[in-house]
Design a protein around this ligand. Structure first.
Ligand code: ZN
Length: 349
């Protein structure tokens, strides 16, 4: 067994502990296989549109009427939103929602000397929380979508992200399987348009900037990718548009990163990656027992940010989070990205 190793993620600066040896394949972990329960009573299936709130947007190639059948992708408000539109916010917030957050993200750093720091500040969670149903038929895994369906789903994710271009940040995620956080099994993505730039994204942006300044204009992820292609041991596949790698400091076993070959700041402004995502999730699915449970997220440029390099990350959900990870924020990964990439290269078509 190889010795444990500390690696630092180039994009976030976060450390991970790589402790290989306990498991080598995704089917050697402890979570029990996911057995989906089927389409009965599913609110996301075509024909059940009345079971959801009215649609916000839908891809209806034949021009069918809203909230009925005939769509390829369909976007609806989240029934239990984490962020709500401004017009739905209850008024009566006397403290002035902007005050504590306007100049400094941390109220302890507020500049007013007379006022006590507001240790318990809060403001309404203004934003948007949407669900994008990826396909009309009852498919529980991205891996079961064909290439055209995958492309249609990704086009819908991008369209909804562009619709919220005025938000400081737009986070696109997909939870697949109950252990990943999904409450409905029919494949769907979620979008959160947040009134702030999340710290993890801000950190990445700072490091992109710092690297640019130090190297007279080079892209941090562009340079990482060039080196990954040259070295090859974490490279899974590459096509005209994107490369698929297992990140150097992978936080999770079989974590995957899809990166456009030419640096593009915003995921939502382009149209690349669907073909590779389709191949990648199919390969990943072939390595697990039962249906693949997976978390997927996009990192894209915050509003107004020019120098960024989007990437789409995903990882099979194989283990619960441990106390060490909760305490420290440092993930322990028992599969090296080199081993994961090797298995994936064998599995990918
Ligand atoms: Zn369904």
């Amino acid at each position: 067994m190889a010795s444990p190793e500390i690696r630092i993620d180039q994009l976030t600066g976060a450390r991970v502990l790589l402790t290989p040896g306990r498991a080598e394949r995704p089917d050697q972990f402890g979570l029990s296989p996911w057995q989906p329960s089927g389409p009965e009573g599913c609110p996301f299936c075509e024909g059940n549109e009345s079971a959801t709130p009215p649609e916000i947007e839908a891809d209806r190639p034949d021009g069918s009427a809203p909230d009925g059948p005939g769509w390829r992708t369909r976007t609806i408000p989240n029934l239990f939103p984490a962020l709500i539109p401004e017009f739905e916010v209850e008024t009566g917030n006397e403290s002035g929602p902007e005050a504590a957050f306007a100049s400094s993200a941390d109220p302890l750093l507020a500049s007013s000397r007379r006022a006590e720091p507001d240790l318990f500040s809060s403001r309404p969670a203004v934003g948007h929380h949407e669900v994008i149903v990826n396909a009309p038929r009852h498919v529980v895994s991205l891996a079961e979508l064909d290439p055209d369906e995958t492309a249609a789903a990704m086009a819908a994710w991008r369209s909804r992200m562009r619709a919220h271009a005025d938000a400081p940040y737009v986070q696109l995620i997909l939870n697949q399987g109950p252990d990943s956080g999904a409450s409905i099994e029919h494949t769907h993505a979620q979008l959160g348009a947040t009134p702030f730039v999340p710290a993890a994204v801000a950190r990445e942006r700072e490091r992109f900037n710092a690297y640019r300044e130090r190297t007279a204009g080079a892209s941090l992820l562009g340079e990482v990718l060039r080196e990954e292609i040259r070295r090859g041991d974490r490279l899974v596949a590459i096509d005209e548009e994107v490369a698929l790698i297992c990140p150097w400091a992978s936080r999770f076993p079989f974590e995957m990163r899809l990166v456009p070959r030419r640096p593009e700041p915003s995921f939502e402004e382009g149209d690349s990656g669907a073909s590779m995502l389709h191949r990648a999730v199919a390969a990943l699915s072939s390595l697990v027992e039962g249906e693949l449970q997976m978390n997927l997220w996009v990192k894209t440029a915050p509003r107004g940010v020019e120098h960024f390099h989007w990437h789409l990350d995903f990882a099979p959900r194989l283990e619960p989070t441990s106390s060490f990870e909760m305490a420290t924020g440092v993930d322990i990964n028992v599969v090296t990205p080199e081993a994961a990439a090797e298995k994936m290269r064998e599995a990918i078509a």
